[in-house]
Write a protein that binds this ligand. Structure first.
Ligand SMILES: *Cc1c(COP(=O)(O)O)cnc(C)c1O
Length: 393
């Protein structure tokens, strides 16, 4: 079974998924060619998250798999979701939509953002649904038989028709229904994860419903306004839920509590490249930003900011080694970094190190570098190999 993981071709990995792989075993056999820095993605946990969300949110799921499924690999994630009867997908652009088709996704694919009108033929050829992001944009795509959904701006001020003028929205949507194969309308909630702002979210939902009710006679198949936070915190509205971050087991906001059993599906790992003792008074790394105070056992790790490890974690973050925290010493370099392993026994070259996973989630890492879990996982760079497993991580 091992050989099918040698290359990262989606087909090969799909063969491997479903065979109950034990990564430790695979690594020991040397099947993963580059045991330097990799991400393990648990397909079982992805499906468990989906099942829990289906239980708790009555609306049908539209899986948001933009940005390479938030860094998890859009082809494989989408194929696995499709096997579990998800038939609506959302992406941010035409390349991502085409990737899904190439990976064998046959369901609806909605592009949430801008596709240059020059690509109208590709939208048609690939049977992709395009969000109509403005009146001007819709005029350029009209009359070409394209599948489309009208975006409504209910207060985020990003894209869509201004829902503060429902009569105008209604008139335009009725026009779109003639000029496009119009399959739905949607809006996006911008503070659904923040209890102190629930009044604004309710206002957004009201504005959306006013337009949705005005065009209810069009019997649009997809009427949706819920993202992960909205789906978990508000009464269901419309007939689809756009689920992104929570499918991957992370929180829309660090203060939110996720339903029991939803867990991150990704763990980010590396190994120890070198261990040495450093004497008091010595400094570590670029800029000599860390001075050693006592004799210190230092491990060098072959991962850096070019892998997407945020440099803001310099002298601040930590990694997990043998179940213990090893603080980062000095600046994170492009391809390497140093950590303090003084209190940790038996550290050797080749030992496994957890950057993200049990004991430290992307949400927590996001907080520690002044951003959000979403950005942490999207930033894990393409040179970090993705390994798909059917077990818990
Ligand atoms: C990214 C995005 C989502 C998914 O948001 P999550 O918070 O990850 O669930 C839903 N809708 C739109 C329009 C988006 O851009």
């Amino acid at each position: 079974m091992g050989d099918c993981l040698k290359r990262n071709a989606p087909g090969d990995i799909m063969k491997a998924v479903g065979q109950r792989l034990r990564t430790g075993l695979l690594f020991r056999k040397g099947v993963i060619q580059m045991r330097r820095c990799w991400v393990e993605i648990s397909i079982s946990q992805l499906i468990r998250n989906l099942d829990i969300l289906r239980r708790d949110c009555p609306l049908e799921a539209m899986a948001v798999v933009k940005a390479d499924a938030y860094g998890h690999g859009d082809g494989i994630v989408s194929s696995c979701l499709q096997k579990h009867h998800v038939c609506h997908f959302a992406v941010s652009n035409l390349n991502e939509a085409e990737n899904l088709r190439t990976a064998g996704v046959t369901g609806d694919i909605l592009i949430l953002g801008y596709t240059p009108p020059e690509y109208a033929d590709d939208l048609k050829r690939l049977d992709i649904t395009q969000a109509l992001i403005s009146e001007e944009y819709a005029r350029q795509l009209a009359g070409k038989g394209i599948k489309a959904q009208a975006a409504l701006d209910t207060g985020m001020n990003r894209i869509g028709l201004n829902a503060k003028d429902p009569a105008r929205c209604e008139r335009l949507i009725r026009e779109y229904a003639k000029e496009f194969c119009l399959t739905g309308i949607f809006t996006h909630l911008c503070v659904a994860d923040t209890p102190a702002e629930d009044g604004f979210t309710r206002l957004q939902i009201e504005r959306f419903n006013a337009v949705a009710n005005a065009v209810s006679d069009l019997c649009l198949a997809q009427v949706h306004c819920m993202n992960s936070a909205g789906s978990l915190r508000f009464a269901p509205t419309g007939n689809l839920s756009r689920l992104g971050i929570v499918l991957y087991g992370l929180k829309p906001d660090l203060a939110m509590t996720l339903p029991e059993g939803i867990k991150p599906i990704l763990a980010w790992k590396t190994v120890v490249a070198m261990v040495k003792d450093v004497e008091p008074g010595e400094t570590i790394g670029y800029g000599r930003s860390f001075t050693v105070g006592r004799k210190t056992k230092v491990a060098t790790l072959p991962v850096g900011y070019a892998d997407g490890y945020n440099r803001l974690l310099s002298n601040k973050g930590f990694v997990m080694l043998h179940g213990q925290k090893a603080p980062i010493l000095g600046k994170v370099c492009m391809d390497q970094m140093m950590v303090d392993v003084t209190g940790i026994d038996d550290v050797h070259m080749g030992d496994e190190v957890t950057l993200l996973g049990d004991g430290y989630t992307a949400d927590e890492m996001g907080r520690d570098c002044g951003t959000i879990g979403y950005e942490v996982i999207c930033d894990i760079s393409k040179r970090v190999e993705r390994v798909y497993i059917e077990q818990d991580i």
